[in-house]
Design a protein around this ligand. Structure first.
Ligand SMILES: Nc1ncnc2c1ncn2[C@@H]1O[C@H](COP(=O)(O)OP(=O)(O)OP(=O)(O)O)[C@@H](O)[C@H]1O
Length: 308
């Protein structure tokens, strides 16, 4: 797979506070790569350094092997939304396409097709300030892809979208990747990330915590959990073998199990007197892995790396 973006050993400080500490990752053509992390972890700072909005103190950013930012090949949906408010939808889309040296006739065709696809047919002459938040978001998304970029950065693309629009965006992002676009996606919606992304980079306090293929990360970190519905004492459950942590709320107990257990053999450890009205065994989700890291529960080893 061809590497589009390579970030190497990026470091950035603000007023003597090191915000990015040796950040390295790549984004390949045709893949959706997630950059994840708690609020303030350093995701937007990383993206701003990639886009040349600010400059790193150390480290390199290369695009197809060159340090030159190929602006016409990049699409960017920034976290801060904001298009000129009193300009008509079609005018802003064509203006942005022109800035990227994209043929105007093709841009108009693409704009009309995308407006239709996103349920905004007939809104070409509407001004941006007359649109709802979600509609504005769709126009800004179209603006980021109007010029057929080879590399697309999406910072929280799903915020403010209703479920139907989320599905539309999801499908569009997947189609773009399938057609070869390299996509870097930042989102706090872990279920969507889990569904869509090929690889992920998880950053916490400016440092890499996890970097790897989604499937490998899940296999590596998503231990099993056993959920039992029934009236049970916390101490009984905590005393069971291979139980790392127990959460109990009302009549539901969740036991987080250690890595590499054999589910069938582990189940034999459950004593006869345990009250089981319902029982399920699942792997923990990316959402739970994220919370684990963000809240420093420390079930994961720091700085781990799967086979990226
Ligand atoms: N221009 C700046 N001057 C000083 N500190 C900054 C600046 N920009 C960001 N920071 C600090 O850098 C840290 C990382 O911020 P950043 O916006 O990159 O986080 P993030 O991971 O994108 O968070 P969020 O999920 O909340 O958007 C924060 O502590 C923030 O206060």
């Amino acid at each position: 797979m061809e590497v589009f973006l390579k970030v190497g050993h990026l470091k950035k400080s603000f007023k003597n506070t090191e915000i990015l500490k040796d950040i390295s990752f790549e984004v390949n053509k045709g893949e959706i790569m997630a950059i994840l992390g708690p609020n303030g972890a350093g995701k937007s700072t990383t993206i701003r350094n990639i886009m040349g909005i600010m400059y790193p103190d150390d480290g390199t950013v290369t695009f197809l092997g060159s340090k030159q930012i190929p602006r016409n090949k990049i699409g960017y949906l920034p976290e801060e939304r904001g298009l000129y408010q009193n300009v008509q939808v079609m005018d802003i889309l064509l203006y942005l396409a022109e800035l990227k040296d994209y043929p105007i006739k093709k841009a108009r065709e693409r704009a009309l097709a995308y407006l239709k696809k996103f349920g905004l047919e007939g809104k070409e002459k509407t001004t941006i300030d007359e649109l709802s938040k979600g509609m504005g978001q769709k126009v800004q998304f179209i603006a980021s892809i109007i010029h057929e970029p080879e590399f697309l950065i999406l910072d929280e693309p799903f915020s403010g979208l209703d479920p139907v629009s989320q599905e539309l965006f999801k499908q569009e992002i997947r189609d773009l990747a399938a057609n070869g676009t390299a996509i870097l996606l930042s989102s706090h919606q872990m279920n969507l990330v889990e569904e869509m992304c090929d690889r992920l980079f998880l950053i916490h306090r400016g440092q890499k915590v996890i970097y790897g293929k989604m499937d490998d990360v899940k296999q590596e970190y998503a231990n099993f959990k056993c959920t039992i519905k029934g009236e049970n004492r916390l101490e009984d459950m905590e005393g069971l073998p291979d139980v790392q942590r127990v959460e109990q709320r009302d009549d539901t107990t969740i036991m987080y199990l250690t890595k590499d257990i054999q589910v069938a053999s582990w189940l034999k450890n459950l004593p006869d007197h345990i009250d089981v009205k319902e029982l399920s065994i699942d792997r923990i989700s990316l959402h739970e892995i994220f919370i684990d890291i963000a809240t420093d529960k420390n079930m994961l080893k720091e700085g781990a790396e799967t086979n990226a």
